[in-house]
Design a binder for this molecule. Sequence first.
Ligand code: AMP
Ligand code: GLY
Length: 421
Amino acid sequence: MKILIIGGGGREHALAWKVRQSPLVDEIFCAPGNAGTSGIAKNVSISAGDINGLLQFAKETGVDLTIVGPELPLVNGIVDRFKESGLKIFGADKRAAVLEGSKSFTKDFCVKYNIPTAEYETFTQMEPAIEYIKTKGAPIVVKADGLAAGKGVIVAQSIDEACQAVTNIMERRAFGDAGAKVIVEEFLTGQEASYIVFSDGENILPLASSQDHKQVNDGDRGPNTGGMGAYSPTPVITKGIEERVIREIIRPTIDGMKAQGRLFTGILYAGLMISGDDIKLLEYNVRFGDPETQPLMIRMKSDIVPVMLACVDGTLGGAEFQWEEKVAVCVVIASGGYPGNYQRGFEINGIDEADAKDDVVVFHAGTMYKDGLVVTNGGRVLGVTALGDDIRSAIANAYEAVNLIHFANAYFRKDIGKRTP
Ligand code: AMP
Ligand code: GLY
């Protein structure tokens, strides 16, 4: 088979690495990919947002299965376009991707189907939003309704900060049309965890549990990022919690979407807040997590390609995954300054030494080749991912490898995985 993977981050390198191991696969293309994917796939310089370009490439090349990494093309209907042309593509179609594309849709959906989520109100005008914030008090959470490249959520510590967030989103349109509506939401506390399932619209197949580290600094301080590290499995999601997540959140979502004529196929990623017995849905994503995918892929023993095909064909019932018993930890090495401004183009040394270590895979994110050298080309640069017999040894293996890698202004958190009991 010929496989096309759309995207160019750590998630896509991890997917390409996993797909490469499938005996069903002859050739992999990544659009646009990064320096890491170029070693195992053919990079094609078409951006993930260029649906017409991707469709034309897939048709001309005879791609048998396309796998979509990021949310933007899903929300913009890439799956619908490929299907209209008779091409197989793994991901949610436009009507289903609204679970990530519109936070207000998802919040209303949760109420309708009794899915536990933070108390909220949706606003299309600034004044009532500000009034509501003043009656509720801080801390409080303000969210732009639409996609905002991971920046549309403001966890405000004061009423002033929350009001400023509303002004930024609605008046200054900091995230464009994504700010036509805002959601103001109750601030939840607890442990966040990621629970990700495959679905063919009716059946589900869960992945192992994982946990991300969103804030840029140690001790979960500083601004939110796309994720500075992740590990799998997470003890936060016990067997009992997992059963409840499926029964109270995932199942009613898949069934509710079907009832609304929005058959959900692809990846459904539930961002959860867990506090004792209390489980709440923070958000849905309709794609794999980044960096959660990196530890998940090195732990997955089964072939992922037949599972993706089963989702596309509606035949997922009965499928199972085998998992490596070991724990996996991924430490993201970022460009200093991220998630704010940062520089690109610095030479990276030590990747091969780190990658050669037992039970270590260095997944690339923002990297590219320049004059034969691997250089930095993004905020999150590498995801150094390691297995260990337990979380402590996985952490030790990951950081030993991290310490072999050097580039100017490199930054990473020192406490990935340390939150575990
Ligand atoms: P989201 O894009 O909805 O996942 O939000 C990004 C991050 O903001 C989450 O991963 C949480 O860390 C935080 N967050 C979102 N909603 C809430 C909430 N209601 N209470 C506390 N933190 C939240
Ligand atoms: N790691 C969080 C996300 O992929 O949204």
